[in-house]
Ligand binder design. Structure first.
Ligand code: ADP
Ligand code: MG
Length: 333
């Protein structure tokens, strides 16, 4: 990091801050796959010769990806969950992540809570903090995750075949439905609020499902922009059409209770931030996955053609609601 002007120097110096909060976290200790962690110019990762490195970067900006003054513990959890979800979507096993953190100032209790949240989710995902960068400015976080996957077995968006089933890994729409609660614009019964807020703040990456889909799913991704938009990505990359039966898209009781059916469906189809997997699957693999107790919901199928079609319960095509969030340009174009 470049030296900040003396007047802007944090109370705790940059190096003490890194040592005290980040290098000391349980998830920052070297271990499997990490030969050298925080403290040198680079981290060193080891990778068996028959495996490939899976890498993904995500930036979270205050006021864009989370509210301006978030609970730091929840922010730490969410940042790791969201980032590791990309490894799950590739069928990769987590190794490590870096954290580039921009902070408006040094607040010990904020940093402590943030690191606890980060550590908790990192441990649940068995991923290690291996380095990063710490700078001063408006709050934002960039996490880069590293995972490993046997050569040629990563789940990409490009392999969907006509005749495959289209599946998702769980109920959709909770995170988008939770937004009025996240922004404290609405309130509801504690149990309902807890369920929805947990899905927004602590999205648990579907790592186990991703691993189980290796060698089975023909295409996969994690739903971050909304089901319809993300299915559009699989359709485009695979050169096929995806047909979704609206009535089969799973929604939680909490979302239905809070938002009502029509808004719940809108959230499930177009809301972002679900971080569940969507994948295409040759039908022969379905029974084994279901018997293994994995969350696999069939919501449609792959057909010849292009784009995404939504069908109502009579098999009639439904006008698509606006697609997922885009940072540049209008989402409803
Ligand atoms: P350099 O000047 O060589 O870029 P830094 O002073 O930025 O190194 O960082 C020192 C060490 O601390 C490096 O190993 C770096 O990866 C790590 N580090 C810096 N910030 C963070 C952070 N927010 N989280 C984890 N590790 C960090
Ligand atoms: Mg640096």
């Amino acid at each position: 990091m470049k030296s900040a002007p003396t007047s802007a120097k944090p109370v705790l110096g940059e190096f003490e801050l890194i040592r005290h909060y980040f290098a000391a976290a349980s998830c920052a200790q070297a271990g499997e796959g990490v030969a050298l962690g925080i403290g040198d110019d680079c981290a060193l990762l080891g990778l068996p010769a028959d495996e490939q490195l899976a890498i993904s970067t995500d930036t979270l900006v205050a006021g864009v990806h989370f509210p301006d003054f978030p609970d730091p513990f929840l922010l730490g959890q969410r940042a790791v969950g969201v980032s590791v979800s990309d490894l799950a979507a590739m069928g990769a096993t987590p190794i490590g992540f870096t954290l580039a953190l921009t902070l408006p100032g040094v607040d010990a209790s904020w940093l402590q809570a943030f690191t606890r949240g980060l550590d908790q989710m990192a441990q649940r995902c068995a991923i290690r903090l291996i380095g990063g960068d710490t700078t001063r400015g408006p709050l934002s976080l960039t996490l880069t995750v590293f995972g490993r996957v046997p050569k040629g077995q990563a789940l990409t968006r490009a392999g969907a075949q006509v005749g495959d089933l289209l599946c998702v890994g769980g109920e959709l729409g909770d995170a988008a439905g939770a937004l009025p609660l996240v922004l404290k614009q609405q309130h509801t019964k504690q149990a309902v609020a807890d369920a929805l807020l947990a899905r927004y703040w602590s999205p648990m990456p579907q790592l186990e499902l991703g691993l189980a889909l290796r060698g089975k799913a023909s295409a996969a991704l994690d739903i971050s922009d909304g089901l319809l938009a993300d299915c559009g990505h699989i359709a485009a990359a695979s050169g096929v059409a995806l047909v979704i039966e609206q009535a089969h898209v799973p929604m939680s009781a909490a979302l239905l209770a809070f938002a009502g059916e029509s808004t719940a469906r809108q959230c499930a189809l177009s809301g972002g931030d679900d971080y569940r997997l969507a994948f295409t699957l040759p039908a022969q693999y379905l029974p084994d996955l279901q018997q293994a107790g994995l969350p696999v919901y069939v919501i449609g199928r792959v057909e010849a053609g292009r784009g995404v079609t939504l069908l109502d319960s009579h098999g009639q095509s439904v006008q698509l609601p606006h697609s997922g969030y885009q940072h540049f340009g209008s989402a409803s174009d």
